[in-house]
Design a protein around this ligand. Structure first.
Ligand code: GLC
Ligand code: CA
Length: 540
């Protein structure tokens, strides 16, 4: 039943992605941590959801100061997840079931335990062929760098090498040297982008891509893709970083024309051909205005609190989201845009929501003209768990704890919810202690369950091209109820608030509800209960 016949990068445009945090999906050997064998064992379940690809958070060798976003060896699967051969087996077995594998490429920085960093740390001065990291010998004054978590700062070298190195996120994540937009003889650490160190790193990047793509991996989600090149003006750094990806894309076009690259964030529009195959709408930067409150995990200092549109109170607006969407589609109306239910950095879809609110949210996420990414566990409505311990760098500021969206998958009523045979206190993170926690087993085949809803929505999407990534999406009503046309003949209406909502639109004439709940249509009038949703089509 191999069915990867859609070749070329075009497969992504109509795809649905499943996000797996490898630590927490399925532990096959009882050590309390998820692994690749566990994923292989669960492939039939993943297929049953109706997804096309899996995106794994980083699964490479790492000391896990930042959950694997601190890579110590780009070319080796972390032993706790298995071996490179296990990954190849997963790629093959998933491929036989029509599922592609995307890895996470954390290329802006390494771990302090990467051999490259150890070598430069042990040296008494710059590497003769150019430093891979950014070192300075004079005491840094506060300037361009800042105290915000997730932004570059100088860290005093623990030695033997004297001086300071630039880090990207945690101190254990030294920034790789991809050069600077502005050079300055008084600041010799500012290598130009085509300096020897940056050149070595670009070459290494190509080798890493080549290594995994040659093993059948379909592509990468690229961590912090647009902050490789440093600059005090954010925009210029972004543009210079984007240029690195354009150069790589040219090579990929020859070497791996099917390979897909998805950035963390949005690719800048410069008029040049875009290097990535999609934009990833996140909420971490202000312009990525989610319709959901993905921030109950916490806020970073630059987050502006605003009421979410998908909220029972019904006080939100779609404006910022729609503006951002329009901007991303401006240059290329076919551009794929990824919208995730959640991810390893953001609160789960379920957070702050009763299960009955999920129907409207999932209907939006799976029928908007995007590439949806379903974060493991969101298909059963797993909760974000507050106040968990700081496991593997999950807490990145006093206000921001990511552990709660990284807890083990809840499979069944067995020990540890079927996630692991380990003693409960040696699990990677605790399991939701709620006796009524949702599980796959309790929802499987049950009409009206969140899992059934996800499967039905994805099946409908699969057999209805107008509901997939490429058909036009035209907003009919931006408020409550939110309504949009897909193609010419499908109207989707969702009411994320508790209060009922009504819409009169000519578009509804001659349409009937193909799929929905709490949604009635009579002539040009659509009535929705609180949290109601409907996918309308032309009656034959
Ligand atoms: C990205 C990742 C996040 C990580 C950070 C530093 O934002 O999504 O989890 O902590 O990069 O690598
Ligand atoms: Ca394990």
């Amino acid at each position: 039943m191999a069915d990867l016949e859609r070749t070329g990068r075009s497969w992504l445009t109509d795809a649905v992605i499943y996000g797996i945090y490898p630590q927490s999906f399925q532990d096959s050997n009882g050590d309390g941590i998820g692994d690749l064998r566990g994923v292989i064992d669960r492939l039939d379940y993943i297929v049953s959801l109706g997804v096309d690809a899996i995106w794994f958070n980083p699964c490479f060798v790492s000391p896990f100061h930042d959950a694997g976003y601190d890579v110590a060896d780009y070319l080796r699967i972390a032993p706790r997840y298995g071996t490179n051969d296990d990954l190849v087996e997963l790629v093959e077995k998933a491929g036989q079931r029509g599922i592609r594998i995307l890895l996470d490429l954390v290329v802006g920085h390494t771990s302090i335990e990467h051999e490259w960093f150890r070598t430069e740390l042990a040296a008494d001065g710059p590497h003769p062929e150019g430093d891979r990291y950014i070192w300075r010998t004079d005491e840094p004054e506060r300037g361009w760098e800042s105290d915000l978590p997730g932004t570059p700062q100088w860290v005093r070298s623990p030695g033997p090498r004297q001086g300071w190195y630039l880090k990207n996120f945690y101190d254990e994540q030294p920034a790789l040297n991809f050069g600077w937009v502005r050079t300055d003889p008084a600041q010799p650490w500012r290598d130009p982008v085509d300096g020897p160190g940056p050149k070595r790193n670009r070459q290494a990047l190509k080798e890493i891509l080549d290594f995994w793509l040659s093993k059948g991996v379909a592509g990468f989600r690229v961590d912090m893709a647009f902050s490789l090149v440093k600059d005090e003006g954010l925009r210029d750094g972004v543009l210079a970083s984007a240029a690195i990806w354009q150069e790589l894309r040219e090579w990929l076009d020859d070497a791996y024309p099917d390979a897909v690259l998805i950035p963390e964030g949005e690719e800048p529009r410069t008029g040049a051909r875009l290097a990535f195959d999609a934009d990833f709408m996140l909420v971490i930067y202000a312009p990525h205005a989610s319709l959901f409150d993905n921030h109950s995990a916490g806020r970073l200092p630059w987050h502006e609190p605003r009421p979410a549109f998908f909220d029972a109170a019904g006080e939100g607006s779609t404006e910022l989201f729609l503006d951002t969407w329009a901007h991303l589609r401006e240059v290329d109306p076919q551009r794929s845009i990824l919208l995730a239910t959640a991810d390893h950095d953001f609160t789960r879809l379920r957070s702050g929501r009763a299960p009955e609110e999920l129907g409207a949210a999932l209907t939006f996420l799976f029928t908007w003209g995007s590439v949806p990414s379903l974060y493991y566990g969101d298909e059963i409505g797993m909760r974000y768990l507050p106040d968990l311990p700081n496991v593997e760098g999950a807490i990145c500021s006093p206000l921001y704890n990511r552990a709660g969206c990284r807890t083990p998958m809840q499979w069944d009523d067995g020990p540890n919810a079927g996630f692991s045979a380990a003693p409960a206190d040696s699990l990677y993170l605790p399991i939701d202690p709620d006796p009524d926690r949702p599980t796959v087993a309790a929802q499987d085949g049950v009409p009206g369950s969140t899992l059934t809803l996800v499967r039905e929505l994805l099946a409908l999407r699969r057999r209805t091209p107008a509901l997939q990534g490429q058909a036009p999406t035209t907003v009919v009503n931006p408020g409550y109820p939110f309504a949009w046309l897909r193609g010419e003949d499908h109207l989707v209406v969702v009411n994320p608030r508790r209060e009922p909502a009504t819409l009169e639109t000519d578009q509804a004439e001659g349409m009937e509800v193909l799929f929905g709940s709490g949604c009635d249509v009579t002539g040009d009038r659509i009535e929705l209960d609180g949290f109601g949703y409907g996918i309308l089509g032309r009656s034959r």
